[in-house]
Ligand binder design. Structure first.
Ligand SMILES: [Mg+2]
Length: 296
């Protein structure tokens, strides 16, 4: 045996011994292609549950692209859609919210009326715009704000003004998992409707068909373990049949308490993890680092 062949044999043996790391064992972060450790998915896992923001999709896409789109286009959107019933319902909900917020600093009230008088129409639109800006500046999560944002994004995705982005490893990995028989679900604080837009209108086309089910906070908060039990019930499996991937340790903790397998996803632009979190959780920085059980 030549020295080179001997060396290769030794390396093969070493690689076989090391094998993929079991889940819950810390993996090195770094480029998978540059030799980062892989993470074994336990054999009992039949479905992978994915967070979106900071896991499949850059936080900047949501924080910058989507929210900037609303700020830059809300006035034009209102002018274009003002006469439509849906738009009037959005305005009515914002007006009601503003009345509830009346005691808050800087609140912008929205005048009522038909808006048909000479300058009434534009004044009402400007008040809605100012109210939306005020709520967004405070990062409020009111249903009224979410509803008009959702309608604006739906229009923007449908007419091709906006396309969602995924980290480059995400779509190839999901395709591979599905080919191996794994189910794929989404659990995001973004509404199911918003999730469907993200997966329906992406830079990689319509990949909605790659998703077996969607969950949002209607099923419960992502930091409550009960939510993960409800998701398992809804899917029709046990919690330990699920692997949850998220960038937020509090969510991972809640899932783990419900006996769901977890791995924390490290992505550019995400909040940093503490040393304790880094050493406690299985970490991946690419979906390609997951090694599926051979049986799926
Ligand atoms: Mg997230």
């Amino acid at each position: 045996m030549s020295a080179l062949a001997f060396l290769r044999a030794v390396l093969r043996l070493a690689a076989a011994r090391l094998g993929p790391a079991p889940l819950r064992v810390r993996v090195q972060t770094g480029d998978a292609r540059a030799g980062a450790r892989m993470l074994s998915v336990p054999a009992e896992v039949t479905g992978i549950l994915l967070d979106v923001e900071g896991t499949t999709t850059p936080i900047a896409f949501v924080k910058d692209t989507l929210f900037t789109y609303v700020k830059e286009n809300v006035k034009e959107y209102l002018r274009t859609h003002w006469a439509e019933e849906e738009c009037q319902q959005d305005v009515a909900l914002l007006r009601k919210q503003a009345e509830e917020d009346a005691q808050l600093d800087g609140v912008v009230l929205i005048p009522g009326g038909s808006g048909e008088e000479a300058d009434g129409h534009e004044r009402m639109i400007q008040a809605v715009v100012d109210n939306v800006y005020w709520q967004m500046a405070l990062d409020r999560k009111t249903t009224a704000l979410k509803q008009i944002q959702g309608h604006m994004w739906r229009a923007a995705f449908a007419n091709g003004c906006v396309k969602s982005e995924f980290f480059e490893d995400v779509v190839p990995a999901i395709r591979k998992w599905r080919e191996a028989g794994m189910k794929v679900y989404i659990y995001s604080s973004g509404s199911v409707e918003a999730q469907k837009l993200l997966f329906g209108y992406s830079t990689e086309g319509d990949i909605l068909t790659l998703v077996d089910g969607h969950f949002d906070t209607k099923i419960g908060s992502k930091v409550e373990s009960e939510s993960y039990k409800k998701i398992a019930t809804s899917i029709g499996c046990s919690t330990n049949n699920i692997l949850f991937l998220t960038d937020i340790p509090r969510e991972a903790h809640a899932a783990e308490e419900a006996d769901v397998h977890v791995a924390v996803v490290v992505r550019p632009g995400n909040a940093g993890l503490t040393d304790d979190e880094k050493s406690y959780y299985s970490l991946i920085d690419s979906f390609s680092q997951l090694v599926l059980p051979a049986s799926t």
